[in-house]
Write a protein that binds this ligand. Structure first.
Ligand SMILES: N[C@H](CCC[C@H](N)C(=O)O)C(=O)O
Length: 281
């Protein structure tokens, strides 16, 4: 079989095409258009994010993870994909603890006995400059209203998030409001949009419109942002269960501002990418 090998993986239905750039240099330095072609669900392999595992730059890391959204754009963080890549590297090294390097830092990952993975997603940032926002506002009450949404909480988990709390997240038309908010002038680097409702003690229902993708079944960094936002608003404790369309993630916002995210990893299939998708003729 010729072509570039890949593995199709997902975290609670947030799905990825994972290439190994350590073995196949052809997938290093992809341009945005090529990445979008591969991520296209009709004419490519199809995925929410395209992931390339690369050699670590930092001596402390076991591998570097490059992340691109379905629209081809490179982004800083992806919680669900970090669990998937960590699991791959754990299998290669025969270790339960690995360090995954990203453009925004080193992420510690631990494999649990039940097959799930816990990732320390690093320290969240809460200053308006770090979200980033287009103006100096209190990030616990961003003055933004659209449809049934208002009064967002801004959280940066390596990537930008705007968290809205409502009475019932299921009733919000996130497909309509998401794209408008993603591209709102308040967010100079756009934003991932989460709509949440408290459904029990330390239990939050969340739906997400992801920057550069659209509605996904789960968003790991989004779940981290929601867990932090709920504490900032005094709605839950620091350890929460986030109920997404695709399943449940465990979040804990530590006192040192690091956020731990725990959830499953799944592999769907392996395949070979035809060279035409890389622009090879
Ligand atoms: N759409 C996100 C990247 C992927 C995040 C999500 N898939 C996750 O699991 O964290 C962004 O543009 O920042």
């Amino acid at each position: 079989m010729n072509g570039i090998p890949f593995v199709k993986m997902h975290g609670l239905g947030n799905d990825f095409v994972v290439f190994d750039g350590r073995r196949d240099p052809a997938v290093l330095d992809l341009d945005n258009a090529t990445a979008a072609r591969i991520a296209d669900r009709k004419t490519g392999v199809g995925c929410d994010q395209l992931i390339v595992i690369e050699p670590a730059r930092d001596g402390l890391a076991d591998a570097f993870m490059r992340i691109r959204n379905n629209d081809g754009g490179e982004v800083e963080a992806c919680g669900n994909a970090t669990r998937c890549v960590a699991k791959v590297v754990m299998g290669e090294l025969g270790r339960k603890e690995v360090i995954i390097e990203t453009v925004v830092g080193l992420l510690d990952a631990n494999g649990l006995a039940d097959g799930r993975v816990t990732v320390d997603m690093g320290q969240v940032k809460l200053d308006w400059r770090d979200i980033p926002l287009g103006q100096a506002v209190d990030t616990n009450h961003i003055p933004l209203s659209l449809g049934g949404l208002s009064d967002a909480v801004g959280v940066n988990v390596g990537n930008p998030h705007a968290v809205f709390f409502v009475d019932d997240a299921e009733l919000i038309d996130i497909e309509k409001l998401g794209p408008v908010l993603e591209h709102h002038e308040m967010f100079p680097e756009r934003a991932n949009i989460e709509v949440c409702s408290i459904i029990g003690e330390n239990r939050i229902r969340m739906r997400v419109w992801e920057r550069g993708v659209g509605v996904t079944r789960a968003c790991g960094t989004g779940a981290c942002a929601v867990g932090v936002a709920a504490v900032r608003r005094g709605l839950t404790g620091r350890k929460t269960e986030i109920v997404l369309d695709g399943g449940v993630l465990g979040i804990e916002w530590l006192l040192d501002d690091h956020v731990l995210m725990t959830g499953p990893v799944a592999t769907s299939f392996s395949g070979f990418l035809d060279g035409s998708l890389l622009g090879q003729h």
